[in-house]
Design a protein around this ligand. Structure first.
Ligand SMILES: Cc1cc2nc3c(=O)[nH]c(=O)nc-3n(C[C@H](O)[C@H](O)[C@H](O)COP(=O)(O)O)c2cc1C
Length: 258
């Protein structure tokens, strides 16, 4: 396995030598930034260990150093914990069950922006399938296992038991470029989390339920749900968290022009 980096340990400057170097044609020394990026992975089972408000605030302050076109900083974050998180999870799980029982409700639960293409083509569809079946395979869920698939998918709507649920919104007046900015902000949160021994799972699964979520969090009419995110200490013993996704090598997606 090429990514043999420990994932839960907070990263400190003294870790330089202890961290595995990323695969590279150049033998560069490993450093904490490389380590934070490398060790981020989507975790789907969290421990109940709380995360302090000071830590969450710190992550958000750090993440806000993300660049954005003309420094527009289009992000807006809702932090859900305790009762507000529990009641939102209950509402969305109920809606998710209702949708399974009555697929016609799909009209009502629509994503506000198309995260995925309308028509899937290769190689994206192949990677998507590999990802989905890789995860389900690891959990022993086979193609016909609709109930198990539904239950696993519904783990999203419990934030995978993470103590912190984040919701991100964007003012609808903003352009597509703001979604580019948003991605950098989100990645900053996820990478910064690693520096504190925390893990995350970004979640577009919530998007279809914006109609329930936006009023619940008190978002204004002009706000669109970008995605959710689970944040907490990962349960490293959980089988689901051993899922490490592959990547296409840089040589395959890079053209060098002289
Ligand atoms: C914006 C965004 C939304 C995502 N939504 C979900 C989601 O709803 N549920 C989930 O389990 N994973 C979700 N993922 C995680 C991806 O499946 C994951 O990033 C991808 O398979 C690569 O794996 P890695 O994050 O472990 O490196 C999302 C990722 C991104 C960037």
């Amino acid at each position: 396995m090429k990514h043999a980096v420990p994932t839960s340990k907070p990263i400190v400057a003294g870790d330089f030598a202890a961290v595995d170097a990323p695969d590279s044609a150049l033998a560069q020394p490993a450093n904490p930034v490389d380590h934070a990026i490398e060790s981020r992975q989507s975790m789907r089972e969290f421990l109940p260990t709380p995360v302090s408000r000071a830590t969450i605030t710190h992550l958000l302050e750090l993440a806000s150093r993300a660049p954005s076109g003309t420094n527009t900083q289009p992000w807006k974050v809702y932090v859900l914990q305790g009762a507000s998180k529990n009641s939102l999870m209950d509402k969305v799980c109920r809606a998710h069950d209702a949708l399974r029982d009555n697929p016609a409700l799909a009209e009502e639960y629509k994503e506000e922006y198309a995260y995925y293409p309308e028509k899937w083509v290769s190689p994206y569809i192949d990677r998507r399938r590999e990802n989905g079946w890789g995860l389900y395979g690891l959990l022993g869920i086979t193609k016909g296992d609709k109930d198990k698939m539904h239950a696993q998918h519904q783990r999203n709507y419990r934030f995978f038991d993470a103590p912190v649920g984040l919701m991100f919104t964007l003012d609808r007046v903003m352009g597509r470029g703001s979604l580019v900015d948003y991605g950098m902000f989100l990645q900053n949160i996820m990478v910064a989390a690693r520096g504190h021994g925390l893990h995350t799972c970004p979640q577009a699964a919530w998007n279809g339920f914006a109609k329930i979520i936006l009023p619940h969090i008190g978002a204004a009419d002009n706000e669109m749900l970008v995605c959710g995110m689970a944040l907490g200490y990962a349960d490293e013993t959980a089988r689901v968290n051993t899922f490490r996704t592959p990547r296409v090598g840089a040589a395959e997606f890079t053209s060098w022009l002289d």
